[in-house]
Design a protein around this ligand. Structure first.
Ligand code: ADE
Length: 224
């Protein structure tokens, strides 16, 4: 899979996506990241990527032309183009699964008050938001999406099963049961006996129950 990220801050995406598991997936040739500076697609000497909004209002709007030129260079028949924006559809695990099956993602990152809407109309397949809050720029959101997608590609996680039993996977309706590791007695706080019992059926039932309780407590919206 190839993921191209187009942003005025490539270094923000590079830091998380060149480290740890993403870095190893790149070294193994499972994913190829391209980090592209939007200013490299400008033609004026000031490398200007934004301008004042038509109709007035605060802030600046990102210009259409650098995005059109970036897409002109990067897009192929197999590309899907995303725009990171708080006005997008919510990014959820099912979306991560869907995107993990695509050959080539191009992720455009907004900044300032928004992006000239002709970019959305002519170039973008999906506008994506990572949550109902506003970041200073979409590059942070692009790194979140790329990480969530790439970790699902077979071979990226050491133990492929670990992405199958986790929160939001399967029917997406539950979060995971709590986990513990050694020591069994940590400052008087004990690991539940059942987890030390070696009784697989009882452990599975306990995890089921606790997953349900934890979902009701932390994410009642998933149960509606
Ligand atoms: N850019 C700013 N805030 C964002 C968000 N919540 N999701 C995606 N892109 C963004």
């Amino acid at each position: 899979m190839k993921i191209d990220i187009v942003t005025i801050f490539p270094e923000i995406a590079e830091a998380p996506l060149k480290s740890s598991i993403m870095g190893r997936a790149t070294d193994a040739g499972i994913v190829e990241f391209g980090f592209h500076n939007l200013r490299d697609f400008t033609k004026d000497k000031h490398r200007q990527v934004d301008d004042i909004p038509y109709g007035g209002g605060p802030g600046m709007v990102m210009k259409a032309e650098p995005f059109f030129d970036a897409i002109g260079k990067l897009k192929t028949d197999r590309s899907k183009v995303l725009l990171m924006t708080p006005q997008g559809t919510p990014f959820v695990q099912a979306k991560a699964v869907e995107f993990s099956r695509i050959d080539h993602l191009i992720i455009l990152c907004g900044h300032y008050e928004g992006v000239d809407h002709r970019v959305v109309e002519a170039l973008v397949d999906e506008e994506i938001s990572i949550g109902d809050y506003v970041l200073t720029n979409g590059t942070i959101a692009a790194a979140v999406v790329a990480d969530a997608v790439v970790r699902l590609i077979p071979g990226v996680l050491g133990d492929d099963a670990s992405s199958e039993v986790e929160s939001f996977s399967g029917d997406g309706k539950r979060i995971e049961a709590p986990q513990y590791t050694r020591p069994a007695d940590f400052r008087g706080m004990m690991v539940p006996d059942v987890l030390l019992s070696g009784h697989h059926q009882a452990i599975a039932e306990w995890r089921d129950l606790r997953a349900e309780e934890r979902t009701r407590e932390n994410r009642p919206d998933l149960l509606d």
